[in-house]
Design a protein around this ligand. Structure first.
Ligand code: ADP
Ligand code: MG
Length: 657
């Protein structure tokens, strides 16, 4: 049968800068199952180095280490971690318990990396009973004495029911009474069939062992078995030994991930203030982005509303060339539109919502002894709603009145001011080009559009304007309201086809032109785009700064927890486990920061809209984007610290002060 552990001419040299230390120089030893071995010798003689190689925490630079005949030094780092998890239990002089966790959680920690399912609460309690601490399961390590802490560490080394227990000066930090207690536990374990390999420099501690190996200057100088303490009957076979060992289960199924989440949560909460400060950058970034986006959206919605009231889906059709403003070129006649054209266009149902013919002219308006010259617009019934000029005072024309060519007028506020001052114009009679009209309404104030006063207008029925006032038998222009903003181009094509057919015009004939309001819309879109770009860069900068803050705090966290990482690796954590643990933590941080940021952002926009009366509109997409982005930042900026943690050498990490 192959020996359990066999070292063949093992060398180990440490390099510190220029100088080298030969800790082991040709050690050959065989250890069988069930032995209780004490490794003794002066300080610096290589005891720990030997134990670390036997425990697969370190690899020799020369010589071979065989486990049941298999060379285990050729295994990858992760495979060795798996072997450590399933075959070895470690007890250190400094206990190496994780202070934030209860002792029960400490004891079951190796199971996170075992790939086995379950919470192992019962097993951990059982191990704690074995070392006489079942009453203290909820306590944290700080609430325990040194001897009790070491007993927890022993319970932890037993949780995976390992073949071998490695103990490096387990009583080195304890008084003699506690030392005796600990040794009693080791003795009992040995009697139950466990292999115990222990480093000590005290003779009375070594007296518990059945075999004492003495080292000096990196070599074994004596190796003797004591009578009366023979190894118990060795069970044949390789027991639970498996090269790949732990961690073959899936991340989700064996509960590793939820374990990491719980740990991340614990660690974030353990440093509440620090966590909060470190996510402040992300919080402020996300909050301002949410608030600004809400404001931007609100402003956009308000602008669009206004644009709609101006008639943003409007086409205007005029006779004449588009190339030279208002005038036709060459021999091409100016197309003259009539009500037949209006009906034609209005019949394009899917594209056109409304069409109205308009006739324009100049008017001399007289009221009493006052005189004012203004623009006259002859309008159809639908014009009021289409151009948003329904009177706020008085009323609009009825269809009948328009048909009957009634002499009624709706005037703009400029005209009211010039002719009526403060008297009420409703029901009064004015003269337009010497014809009497009755004022029935005042159109809503619109202000200036460029140099043109939009309120200096007089509207009368289009029929009255054509046949009674201006003496024209054709329309000046036709206004078309397109069914939806997306149909504007299509409507333009259809309308011009209709006109060409009716007026028998050739393709390319420019005796009429169609204008739309898309130019204004384009301008609006580009303004919004510029704003979004600006907001986007502010977001990017603040999130970048926030991310660097996260990276910084995670680096601090990794340094702070170097020994914890060393311990985790010693008990079987693979690189990916450590990496994931820290990534989960940084993402946890950034997501919580992002989440508080979203709430703060919504709060800010609500307050702004309440006090400043600004329109705000929080969009779900901005919330989702902000949260996703903060998670990505956690991954991105957490990656380097996590990688740093994952690549730590377990031994150096454990020795870190
Ligand atoms: P012991 O446990 O018997 O006191 P060690 O095995 O820890 O001795 O160390 C043996 C020699 O190797 C010592 O001289 C020690 O200084 C050196 N040594 C141990 N570990 C390291 C290390 N990580 N880096 C450099 N030198 C080391
Ligand atoms: Mg040592």
């Amino acid at each position: 049968m192959k020996p359990m552990l066999q070292l063949v001419d093992v060398h180990r040299t440490y390099q510190i800068g220029e100088s080298t230390v030969q800790a082991l120089r040709g050690v050959s030893v065989t250890i069988e199952r069930g032995e209780f071995v004490a490794i003794m010798g002066a300080s610096g003689s290589g005891k720990s180095s030997l134990l670390q190689i036997l425990g697969l925490l370190d690899n020799p630079d020369k010589g071979e280490f065989l486990m049941f005949g298999k060379n285990v030094n050729t295994l990858t780092e992760d495979e060795q971690a798996g072997v450590r998890n399933s075959v070895a239990g470690f007890v250190f002089q400094q206990f190496h318990l994780l202070k934030r966790m209860s002792i029960l959680e400490n004891v079951r920690l190796p199971h996170i990396y075992s790939g086995l399912k379950g919470d192992f609460h019962k097993e951990a309690t059982e191990r704690l009973r074995q070392v006489g601490l079942e009453a203290r399961v909820d306590h944290t390590p700080n609430q325990l004495s040194g001897g009790e802490q070491q007993r927890v560490a022993i319970a932890r080394s037993l949780i995976r029911d390992p073949l071998i227990i490695f103990a490096d000066e387990p009583t080195g930090n304890l008084d003699s009474k506690n030392s005796a207690e600990i040794m009693k536990i080791f003795k009992a374990l040995h009697e139950q069939g466990k292999t115990v390999i222990m480093v000590t420099h005290e003779n009375d501690i070594a007296a518990y062992a059945g075999r004492v190996i003495v080292m000096k200057d990196g070599v074994i100088i004596s190796d003797e078995r004591r009578t009366g303490l023979e190894p118990p009957v060795v069970v044949a076979g390789e027991g639970g030994f498996e090269l790949q060992g732990a961690g073959k289960g899936s991340l989700w199924q064996d509960g590793r991930f939820t374990g990491f989440m719980a740990q991340a949560f614990q660690s974030i909460l353990a440093n509440k203030m620090r966590s909060f400060l470190s996510v402040l950058g992300i919080l402020v970034g996300v909050a301002s982005v949410i608030a600004m986006m809400a404001l931007g959206e609100g402003a956009k919605a308000a602008m669009q509303e206004q644009l709609k009231s101006m008639g943003s889906n409007m086409l205007s059709i005029r006779g004449g060339s588009a190339k030279i403003h208002g005038a036709a070129q060459g021999a091409g006649a100016v197309a003259r539109f009539t009500f037949i054209d209006v009906d034609d266009i209005a019949s394009l149902h899917t594209l056109v919502k409304n069409a109205a013919g308009v006739v324009n002219g100049n008017a001399q308006i007289v009221y009493g002894n006052k005189n004012w010259s203004s623009t006259l617009t002859g309008v159809g019934f639908d014009y009021g709603t289409m151009r948003a000029t329904m009177p706020t005072v008085g009323r609009w024309f009825t269809r009948e009145e328009i048909q009957k060519r009634d002499k009624l007028a709706i005037i703009g506020v400029t005209v009211v001011k010039e002719l009526f001052g403060s008297t009420n114009p409703l029901g009064k009679t004015i003269k337009i080009n010497r014809i009497n009209f009755m004022v029935i309404g005042i159109s809503p104030a619109k202000g200036f559009s460029g140099p043109q006063d939009e309120d200096d207008v007089v509207m009368i029925p289009v029929t009255t304007a054509m046949y009674r006032v201006l003496g024209k038998d054709y329309l000046s222009s036709i206004f078309v309201e397109v069914a939806s903003p997306t149909l504007i181009e299509q409507a333009k094509v259809a309308v011009s086809e209709q006109i060409r057919k009716r007026h028998r015009l050739k393709e390319g004939d420019d005796s009429f032109n169609i204008r739309d309001m898309t130019e204004i819309q384009k301008m609006l879109t580009s303004t919004t785009q510029t704003m979004s770009l600006l907001l986007g860069s502010i977001a990017a900068i603040s999130l970048l700064v926030g991310g660097i803050g996260i990276m910084n705090i995670m680096l601090v966290s990794v340094t702070e927890r170097t020994r914890e990482i060393g311990l985790r690796k010693a008990i079987g954590a693979r690189k990916s486990d450590i990496m994931l643990q820290f990534l989960v933590e940084s993402v946890g941080l950034t997501i919580s920061g992002g989440f508080i940021g979203v709430l703060a952002g919504i709060g800010i926009s609500l307050v702004l809209s309440y006090f400043a009366g600004w329109a705000v509109k929080t969009s779900l997409i901005s919330v989702v984007l902000a949260t996703t982005f903060s998670a990505l930042i956690g991954v991105f900026f957490g990656l380097w610290p996590a990688k740093k943690a994952a690549e730590l050498n377990p031994l150096e990490a454990l020795r870190y002060e």
